[in-house]
Ligand binder design. Structure first.
Ligand code: OSB
Ligand code: MG
Length: 373
């Protein structure tokens, strides 16, 4: 497969309701859609999961745009991609460029998608995934008060979501979690702190052991594993790392020192499917539970996340909620919907191109740049 052209589109999709985390408020999903066209007429899409501001990680849509246009697309567009191994090795072609993983993932995934499209093979199959159905959880943002919170949780539980993740921050943590636990004694429940605490909070965090949480996601600094290992030694509740794991090497070190017992794998955060596969395989070897995270993706990124989750190492429900959880209108049609409550189908889709709604893609585009090889 030979690339003919790559284009970048910045999109802005309004969110149904603002998403509040310990790092800020997002009222729209702004991202970059990367489109790869091949010499033989194949087409592939990728979505950059960076945000508008460098609050979750250091990347933004503006930095990703620069990296893609000036470095990553030029480095990848003249190579031939003729096997799954060639796709898996894309990460090696970008390895000398430091970090900027969300930008790397966006073009890498678009090339995998174009290959799926050209070879009429589902991405899940190219990745080695075998599952056809996956359980799905919900990520609930910080709420204005406990009554609203309980009402929201009840609504999502009635929809069938397989677990509830609550965003927490100092001042909105133990009490909301306790109230949810009281109302839903047996429900799989977890918390995501997005780096809002430090090791000095250990006594406060130890109290959460009484709540029977599945895990606490990324309690400490985004770039830390040492303090997480110290904290994990004090807690009965498993720690799950998100922000701290940007590569298979990060994971090796984290597991070696006991910084986590569970991994949230986001393909955007780690630089693409190639690195995600390396992390998946290492988790499986080590018998570490893993699940697929989300970044409020449009249907384009969402379908990629669902395809990845077909791999056997994804042992826990992921943050791959149906499109309607976030958007009135998605960039794909039909939208991602439940097969039955709490379960998504890994559809035998040869790339996402056949699902992309061109009219909506145009409607929500706020900036276009064509990069031709
Ligand atoms: O930390 O997992 C996170 C959304 C944006 C940025 C970071 C995170 C999240 C979520 C929502 O938790 C996941 C989703 O439903 O897409
Ligand atoms: Mg997280």
């Amino acid at each position: 497969m030979q690339i003919a052209s790559v284009s970048l589109q910045r999109v802005r999709l309004p969110l149904k309701e603002p998403f509040v985390t310990s790092f800020g408020i997002e009222d729209a999903r702004e991202g970059i859609i990367v489109t790869v066209r091949t010499v033989r007429g194949g087409i592939g899409y990728g979505e950059c999961v960076a945000s508008m501001e460098p609050l979750y990680s250091e990347e933004t849509n503006a930095t990703a745009w620069h990296m893609l246009r000036d470095f990553f697309i030029p480095a990848l567009q003249s190579h031939a991609y003729n096997s799954v191994q060639d796709l898996r090795d894309i990460r090696l072609k970008l390895a000398h460029f430091k970090r900027n993983k969300m930008a790397k993932a966006a073009i890498e995934m678009a090339i995998w998608d174009a290959y799926a499209n050209e070879s009429a093979t589902p991405i899940a199959t190219l990745l080695g995934g075998t599952r056809t159905e996956i359980p799905v959880g919900i990520s609930i943002g910080i709420q204005p008060n406990l009554d609203t919170l309980i009402e929201r949780v009840g609504y999502y539980v009635s929809q069938g979501f397989a677990r509830v993740k609550l965003k927490v921050r100092p001042g909105f943590d133990f009490e909301p979690l306790r109230v949810i636990r009281e109302s839903f004694p047996d429900m799989p429940l977890m918390a995501d702190a997005n780096s809002a605490y430090c090791l000095k909070d250990v006594r406060h965090l130890k109290k959460w052991d009484a709540l029977n949480l599945m895990m606490i996601e990324q309690p400490l600094a985004h770039d830390d594993i040492m303090d997480h290992a110290k904290l994990q030694a004090e807690l009965a509740t498993p720690i799950c790392l998100d922000e701290s794991i940007n590569s298979a090497e990060d994971l090796r070190k984290a597991l070696e020192i006991g910084a986590c017992r569970i991994v949230n794998l986001k393909v955007g955060r780690v630089g693409g499917f190639g690195e995600a596969l390396a992390i998946h395989d290492r988790c499986r070897e080590a018998g570490v539970d893993m699940w697929c995270g989300g970044m409020l993706e449009s249907g384009i990124g969402r379908l990629h996340n669902v395809a990845l989750t077909a791999l056997p190492g994804f042992t826990l429900p992921g943050d791959t909620a149906p499109s309607a959880r976030y958007f009135e209108e998605d960039l794909i049609q039909p939208a991602v919907t439940f097969l039955r409550p709490g379960v998504l189908a890994v559809e035998p889709l040869s790339g996402v191109a056949s699902r992309v709604d061109q009219e909506r893609l145009e409607k929500y585009t706020i900036q276009v740049a064509e990069v031709v090889s």
